[in-house]
Ligand binder design. Structure first.
Ligand SMILES: [Fe+2]
Length: 440
């Protein structure tokens, strides 16, 4: 029931709920009091007047009625304040009645009335609370004085009571002490109440600050999420563009490779289609050997242009239908180096230039142009070397008829390990004999 001078609707509802809770607490307290009084009267045979029970029941009835009124509809701040004041006065009257019928025992009064004082000091406005304290004091002292003066009959609770009322000094001192206790409780309660309110206000401010901070944080998170979504979309678009650009680049590169391949085949008509057929065999060979897709792509490109260096040789040598002289053959050998020099400055992501350079190297070092041995030769070059020999032997040449695929396979079988890589030859034989590979 803590009242606020400028309450909002939410605050009003809270006040209303507080008041209803206070009634519930009162009902429980007085119910317990009623049961205790019953036990005291009928079990311990203490002289408790019937009127005490009626007063307790009356107060309980009042609590139910007031709570019912409160539960109905909305209440303004003014009404809540008024109801609170009426509650205190009603409680005071019932308590005064109970106090009188309990024999008006001097020290019992402060105990009864203290609860009302505390209630007033904790829950009311200072002005109303002070009025309630004054009325409490008047009620308390009136009961005592009226009994002392014999204007109202004694309600004998303890036999000692009437004798105490004959001592005026005792009566006055008790009233003063009782009054003093009332005011001390009132002031202490008020101070406590103020501290409680202050703490509540601080807590409410902290909560509000926290809520505001939370809202700001949520907003930041929302904006950041939107930014991230946009960034993600941009990235996706960027990736799609990149992918398209990569595809275009790949197409361009393939077209360039194809053109280069055709260029040399145009110059060397007798070996027309040779590079394509080497490529046809080299790629499945690489796959058979379990090479990565990246390396296979390198082999595909290199095999399509491995004889590009022939472009730097005289056309007469290339188109010579007779067997070549040693000098001519030595000139032909230069095509590996020329091919390497053409590609060495191009960044292919694959070692194209080195593959082209090494495609005539042999395992025992008898190849050209460097005479490299075994592991010093790239596996890609070894693969193209075998595919090159098999294709050349199985195809027609101006200076000899086609030797046939069997002869070609026999050649690589006989010289595997000496001229050709063992594993590459095995893979090649497997391709032809077990997997039915054929040149198109
Ligand atoms: Fe070659």
């Amino acid at each position: 029931m803590a009242l606020n001078q400028n309450p909002e609707t939410k605050e009003l509802d809270k006040l209303k709920a507080d008041t209803i809770n206070a009634f519930s607490l009162s009902k429980i307290t007085f119910l317990i009091f009623f049961i205790v009084a019953l036990v005291a009267k009928y079990i311990f045979r203490i002289n408790i007047y019937r009127e005490v029970f009626f007063l307790i029941l009356g107060w309980l009835a009042y609590c139910y009625l007031a709570q019912y009124i409160f539960l109905k509809g909305r209440m303004s701040l003014k009404k809540i304040k008024m109801a609170e004041f009426i509650n205190c006065i009603t409680c005071l009257l019932f308590t005064t009645g109970i106090f009188y019928y309990m024999g008006g025992i001097l020290w019992i009064g402060p105990i009864f009335f203290t609860f009302i004082i505390l209630y007033a000091s904790l829950l009311s406005f200072p002005r109303e609370a002070f009025i309630i304290v004054l009325i409490t004091f008047i009620c308390y002292s009136s009961v005592i004085f009226l009994q002392y003066l014999g204007l109202i009959p004694y309600k004998e609770f303890f036999k000692l009571t009437p004798y105490l009322y004959k001592d005026s000094q005792y009566v006055i001192i008790t009233i003063l002490v009782g009054g003093f206790i009332f005011f001390i409780f009132f002031l202490t309660g008020k101070n406590f109440s103020q501290r409680l309110k202050q703490k509540n206000t601080e807590l409410a401010q902290a909560k509000k600050g926290l809520e505001e901070w939370n809202i700001k944080l949520e907003e930041k998170v929302r904006l950041r999420t939107l930014e991230l979504i946009k960034l993600n979309e941009d990235l996706k678009q960027d990736m799609t563009k990149r992918k398209k650009a990569e595809e275009r680049l790949k197409k361009t590169m393939n077209a360039t490779i194809e053109t280069m391949s055709k260029m040399i085949e145009a110059k060397d008509p007798y070996t027309s289609g040779h590079q394509h057929r080497v490529c046809q065999l080299a790629v499945p060979l690489a796959r058979e050997l379990g090479l990565s897709e990246d390396k296979i792509e390198g082999i595909r490109i290199a095999s399509l242009i491995h004889d590009i260096g022939k472009i730097g040789l005289p056309a007469e040598i290339l188109s010579n239908p007779t067997k070549l002289t040693e000098i001519e053959f030595n000139l032909i050998k230069n095509h590996s180096q020329i091919g390497h020099d053409i590609f060495k400055s191009i960044d292919f992501s694959y070692p194209i230039a080195r593959i082209v350079l090494q495609h005539h190297e042999k395992m025992n070092g008898s190849g050209y142009p460097r005479g490299l041995e075994g592991d010093k030769i790239l596996l890609e070059a070894k693969i193209i070397c075998v595919a090159d020999v098999v294709e050349a032997m199985s195809s027609h040449r101006p200076y000899r008829p086609a030797l046939g695929i069997d002869k070609a396979l026999e050649e690589i079988s006989q010289k595997k390990g000496t001229l050709y890589d063992l594993e590459v030859v095995d893979a090649c034989l497997k391709l032809f004999k077990e997997k039915g590979f054929k040149f198109k």
